[in-house]
Every structure is written in structure tokens, then in C-alpha cells.
Ligand binder design. Structure first.
Ligand SMILES: [Zn+2]
Length: 108
């Protein structure tokens, strides 16, 4: 079981959370102009990386707030958390390192 650290409540069991899937999915602004394929890609196509991945999590049985966790899909190590108000906070206090890993994840 994963131990997930809610930015507001602290470390809690994975069972208290709901995963909201891949983070950083932006809704297209010009939806009337999209082809069926482009609309389908936006709705259904998601990355499934081996390595660093950014995911949305909801603390369902706690504060009921959304946040983003950066997790390694191989080791399950959670490298940092991000709220919608503040940038990535790493688990080891090395925020610059976590930011660099986030950029690597976005690039792949
Ligand atoms: Zn919480």
C-alpha cells in the first residue's frame, strides 16, 4: 500500500485517496474546430510512462482537496506534491531537483 502525503493533512493510507489520472491535461479552447480524432485524443488518450509521471489525487476520505503527485511508476516512489496554489514540493526538500524531474516527465 502506498503512503500518500496530503499537502494539508499529512501522510495517509492510499485507501483514503482517489486517483484522478494524468495531470496537466488542458481542455482545448476551440472545441467546435476539433476533428473527431482530436476530440477523442483529448478525452481518452493518456500517457502510460515507465518512470516519472504526474498524477492528480483527491483526498476523498479526508479534506476532499485535489493535488498533484509526481510518482515514479517503476518504484512507486512519490517524489513530490503540488497544489494548485504552489509549485512542486519534494519529499526530501530538494525542490529544484524535483522540478527538473517534472520537466523530464513532461518532455517524454
Ligand atoms: Zn487531505
Amino acid at each position: 500500500m502506498l503512503l500518500i502525503e496530503c499537502p494539508w493533512c499529512g501522510p495517509r493510507a492510499e485507501t483514503e485517496f482517489s486517483c484522478g489520472g494524468e495531470a496537466d491535461i488542458a481542455r482545448p479552447l476551440d472545441t467546435d474546430e476539433l476533428t473527431d480524432k482530436e476530440w477523442g485524443d483529448y478525452l481518452f488518450m493518456r500517457k502510460n510512462p515507465r518512470g516519472v509521471h504526474r498524477e492528480q489525487w483527491l483526498h476523498t476520505q479526508g479534506c476532499r482537496r485535489w493535488f498533484i503527485a509526481q510518482r515514479d511508476t517503476v518504484s512507486y516512489e512519490i517524489q513530490g506534491y503540488e497544489t494548485f496554489e504552489r509549485p512542486l514540493l519534494s519529499m526530501d526538500g530538494n525542490d529544484a531537483k524535483a522540478q527538473a524531474k517534472a520537466q523530464e516527465g513532461k518532455a517524454s
